[in-house]
Design a protein around this ligand. Structure first.
Ligand SMILES: CCCCCCCCCCC/C=C/C(=O)SCCNC(=O)CCNC(=O)[C@H](O)C(C)(C)COP(=O)(O)OP(=O)(O)OC[C@H]1O[C@@H](n2cnc3c(N)ncnc32)[C@H](O)[C@@H]1OP(=O)(O)O
Length: 398
């Protein structure tokens, strides 16, 4: 068993051991929705700031990390409420000192200070660098695993992690959300999601399961459930025509969200696979609703319950894919067509999308919330843990 697997098993079964072990490392994941605090006017800013921390390019240094940690704890839990660690437990002692040092600072003020501190660190931030500049050929900086470009009135979001088959890390979920937000506001008229290398996307990066915060697997599952909900909501609410250019095999969440795209073009090399039962998990991306609607309940069940992998031709026959192209001419044919579509009047396209989708939006949000809630407990199940451990110890592949 590799060290990584041993670590997961230890953490999943004994999160309290980790909490008392003093082996805290800096992880921006610490900053996510752990509080369940009441919503207030600054809650959204606070959440944005937490996301922003994850995208900081430079390590802000220990002193700042301690300040962030302390303000985060104060904002979400109030004054320091844990026993002082022993003098030789250096890391936890430093964190305790920082938190305790805030005394009875009100939660609201701590939240505000946290937001201010993050904004001072971000400088001319990734937020602004993720805006598309008008004009052709602009490439947006600020993403680690995405390549976002805008050309011919089309914004292309390229999943750019080919050595890992474009598996989606936690950071990538955030980057994709930022890229979609920027694309919704830029001058482009169409938005395209595609993959680099031989895969479109192999779904959720299973190493996301190993980054367990001090609150243990339950906290991780809650954070992930919020993250997934926000991620899928971005697709439900995306206002411009959204096109998937599926250049190769697609797995898991990259398949389920296709039901929220307006057009799906696929290479004949693409396959569509949702192995949720194999992974001890359950459907997301609103697929529990969109797939039966698109392909009928029995075909949807074969995919979503039994994990049947579809060829591009099958996915097209079942309505999930708009059109299949030979791989040898895929890029040329698809981009020629998209460039022609991008010349259509943008407002008409946007309004048509709105009228096609608007009656479904409320339903989709409700389905998304329910799917995320079910996954919250699935992720904490033995079935799921065993599947992840098997993959990470290379005992299992799809
Ligand atoms: C406690 C709760 C935490 C929850 C966190 C969840 C957050 C939100 C979740 C949203 C729900 C999403 C669900 C899904 O997407 S389910 C689908 C998950 N994906 C998989 O199960 C695919 C796993 N990968 C494979 O089976 C194979 O890699 C694959 C068939 C895709 C390709 O096989 P091939 O033999 O061609 O290539 P390799 O296996 O050698 O892959 C090359 C390297 O890429 C790494 N890789 C590929 N896919 C993934 C992945 N999904 N996660 C992590 N790593 C992946 C693979 O390990 C190889 O890496 P190395 O070269 O380093 O060995």
């Amino acid at each position: 068993m590799s060290e990584i697997v041993r670590r997961i098993v230890r953490r999943w079964y004994h999160p309290s051991l980790l909490r008392s072990s003093g082996q805290y490392t800096w992880s921006p994941a610490l900053q996510l929705h752990t509080s369940g605090t009441a919503m207030s006017v600054t809650q959204k800013d606070f959440e944005n700031a937490m996301n922003q921390v994850k995208l900081l390019k430079k390590d802000p240094g220990n002193e700042v990390k301690l300040k962030l940690y302390a303000l985060y704890k104060q904002a979400t839990e109030g004054p320091c409420n844990i026993p002082k660690p022993g003098a030789f437990d250096f890391v936890n002692k430093a964190k305790w000192d920082a938190w305790n040092g805030l005394g009875s600072l009100p939660k609201e003020t701590a939240r505000q200070n946290y937001v201010d501190l993050v904004s001072s660190l971000s400088g001319p931030s990734s937020e602004s660098s993720s805006q598309v500049k008008p004009g052709a050929d602009s490439k947006q900086e600020g993403y680690e695993n995405l390549l976002v470009t805008s050309e011919d009135r089309i914004t292309k979001i390229l999943l750019n992690r080919p050595t890992k088959k474009n598996a989606i890390t936690t950071q990538m979920y955030h980057e994709i959300m930022l890229a979609l937000k920027a694309a919704s506001q830029d001058d482009s008229v169409l938005t395209v999601l595609t993959g680099s290398g031989d895969y479109y996307c192999s779904g959720n990066d299973l190493t996301n399961f190993t980054d367990i915060p001090p609150g243990g697997v339950e906290e991780k599952a809650k954070n992930s459930s919020f993250l997934l909900r926000d991620f899928v909501n971005c697709f439900i609410d995306f206002p411009k025509p959204l096109v998937a250019v599926v250049n190769g095999p697609a797995v898991g969440i990259s398949v389920t969200i296709l039901g929220l795209f307006d057009i799906v073009y696929a290479s004949d090399r693409a396959t569509f696979h949702t192995p949720f039962s194999h992974l001890g998990q359950s459907p997301e991306g609103c697929s529990s609703y969109t797939f039966p609607k698109i392909m009928g309940s029995s075909k949807a069940a074969e995919m979503l319950i039994f994990g049947k992998k579809l060829t591009a031709g099958e996915a097209c026959a079942q309505g999930l894919v708009t059109q299949v192209f030979p791989d040898s001419t895929f890029q040329k044919e698809v981009w020629t067509r998209l460039k022609a579509y991008s010349k259509l009047p943008p407002n008409a396209m946007r309004i048509s999308k709105e009228i096609i989708r608007k009656n479904e939006k409320e339903k989709l949000h409700a389905v998304n919330a329910e799917e995320c809630n079910v996954l919250l407990s699935r992720w904490q199940s033995d079935e799921c843990m065993n599947a992840v451990v098997n993959f990470l110890s290379r005992k299992a592949k799809l």
